[in-house]
Design a protein around this ligand. Structure first.
Ligand code: HEM
Length: 502
């Protein structure tokens, strides 16, 4: 549990704002302190436990700790951070006046430009660097351009994925095991193919290698960058020795990276030329930036988020029934085609479910920023902490998104949480995109450029599942029940009636 806060009313009654207090916690002795925290983080505790236990021990939602990777070969990586696990103090991380986001995407450790063809790509740039606005505007322009085909490309890719899943599910292997079909690989392939087409205008089917192995190249490329910061669950101490002790070398993935580089150069030539002509971004930097947004932000983000979403809905029978009814109602008169308008206006419960999933399991759990200057970090109930210039803030979203001061029943998955006026009010506290859901990404901030389209796409995936199936069940990351849609009399009648009126 998070420690409870002084309520805002109680602090108002006290009528004086308490002075900033020193941030509790310590980094421990050199080498031993970081090592102890590293072993807790990767070995003895889960990530959640790591932050919860320290918050409880210090009776504070802002505290000092070390964050791995640290010892012994991460030369120049300073693991000392100020951790934030409540929703109020977390907002400091979104304020470009307070924090510098230079080279701090995944923490004090930066995998380096060896993974990005030598370019310092946009996500590693701070808002005060001129190049940030240029590259972010380019990414947002590409997204706007892609809006015309995004939903059609997505539906086509999901259709192909579900064809593959159906074929696998229908296979009779001669055993009396329950039929099942894993969706992990087909979903990754679907995400990769659709993103290449929609975002870059590059069709992978034009290149056999990219079409079949592009997503695997990205998986390896991503893994080499982030594994030093991730707990995998291999046998210890092997994991500590082999994966968390030194930066993983980028040259291992260079051949794969250049397959994708050449693919974008050739088949995404229009997007690359657009970067040069409209934004003054040279060819090499344009391709490296496209690859990063495509591979890290978009493919990486969806690959983490969508499988969890499908698994959550696939394990909740009562919710599925309600979602299916809502989707089927929204389908009437739409010829079964969902675009942005339908998922934005016609499926409030689907949307609220997606938001709730993003709250319970934010796909990017940690956000970092370096204090530009000394400032007072404010939390609930007037609590205030003195932060010094240069200190690294580390927000842990999974706890901040379960802040009991903000969310009722914070540990429970409540699909209807974001419905109605009260639900809309809560959206200001939903931070998955590195900013409030009520704010807008722009060149002057670091909020996810695709904030709107990520939610829409997740809604479309659920809509497509319920368009095709009356019901499905999921265990782990496999479908264990798939019931193809039978046109129900009510839906068929409603559709006929809608047709008659036209
Ligand atoms: C589930 C999917 C996604 C998630 C969870 C996600 C999450 C995030 C987060 C947390 C950040 C901020 C990182 C930081 O600075 O700390 C970010 C930045 C960004 N995202 Fe997303 N994202 C997703 C999909 C996408 C997609 C589909 C695109 C574009 C096609 C995209 C484009 C970007 C860009 C360009 C930035 C950099 C913003 C900047 O530097 O100012 N993201 N994303």
């Amino acid at each position: 549990m998070l420690p409870s806060f002084v309520s805002p009313t109680a602090s108002a009654a006290a009528s004086v704002t308490p002075p900033p207090r020193p941030i509790p916690g310590s980094y421990g002795p050199p080498v031993l302190g970081p090592l102890r925290d590293r072993l807790d983080y990767f070995w003895f505790q889960s990530q959640d436990e790591f932050f919860r236990k320290r918050a409880a021990a210090h009776r504070s939602t802002v505290f000092r700790t070390n964050i791995p990777p640290t010892f012994p070969f991460f030369v120049g990586v300073d693991p000392r951070v100020v951790a934030i696990v409540d929703a109020a103090a977390f907002t400091a991380l979104f304020d470009p006046d307070l924090v510098d986001k230079r080279d701090i995407l995944i923490g004090p450790y930066n995998p380096g430009a060896g993974f990005t063809g030598g370019t310092r790509v946009g996500v590693y740039l701070d808002t005060q660097e001129e190049e940030h606005a240029r590259v972010k505007t380019f990414a947002m322009d590409l997204l706007h351009r892609s809006a015309r085909t995004w939903s059609a490309d997505f539906r086509a890719s999901v259709g192909a994925m579900l064809d593959a899943v159906d074929a696998e599910f229908g296979k009779d292997d001669g055993s009396d095991k329950k039929p099942s079909a894993s969706y992990l690989v087909p979903l990754q392939q679907c995400i990769f193919r659709f993103l290449c087409k929609a975002f870059v205008g590059a069709d992978p089917s034009a290149d056999w290698l990219v079409d079949n192995f592009g997503f695997t190249i990205l998986d390896i490329w991503l893994a080499l960058q982030i594994l030093p910061t991730q707990k995998i669950g291999l046998v210890q101490p092997l994991e500590e020795l082999l994966i968390h002790s030194f930066p993983l070398p980028s040259f291992l993935i260079w051949p794969g990276y250049y397959v994708l580089y050449r693919f974008i150069e050739k088949h995404g030539a229009e997007a690359v030329a657009y970067a040069e002509a409209q934004h003054g971004i040279g060819k090499k930097d344009a391709i490296n930036n496209i690859l990063f947004v495509l591979g890290f932000n978009a493919f990486g983000g969806f690959s983490v988020f969508l499988p969890f979403l499908v698994a959550k809905v696939g394990g909740a029978p009562a919710l599925r029934e309600r979602l299916r009814d809502e989707v089927r109602r929204a389908m009437v008169g739409k010829d079964g085609e969902f675009g942005f308008a339908t998922v934005r206006e016609g499926m409030p419960l689907v949307r609220s479910t997606v938001y709730e999933m993003l709250r319970m399991q934010p796909p990017v759990p940690l956000q970092f920023g370096r204090a530009r200057r000394d400032f007072v970090l404010r939390s609930h109930g007037g609590a205030a902490y003195q932060v010094s210039a240069g200190e690294v803030l580390c927000g842990y979203q999974p706890l901040a998104m379960r802040d009991p001061e903000v969310f009722e029943r914070p540990e429970e998955f409540v699909p209807e949480r974001f419905l109605g006026d009260e639900g809309a009010r809560l959206l200001q506290h939903l931070f998955w995109s590195n900013g409030p859901e009520t704010a807008q990404p722009g060149p002057g901030n670091k909020q996810c450029a695709a904030k709107e389209v990520v939610v829409d796409t997740a809604c479309m995936l659920l809509a497509e599942l319920f368009r095709r199936y009356d019901d499905f069940e999921v265990e782990g990351t496999s479908f264990t029940k798939l019931v193809k849609r039978q046109a129900s009399p009510s839906v068929a009648q409603a559709a006929a009636a809608a047709g008659a009126q036209q």
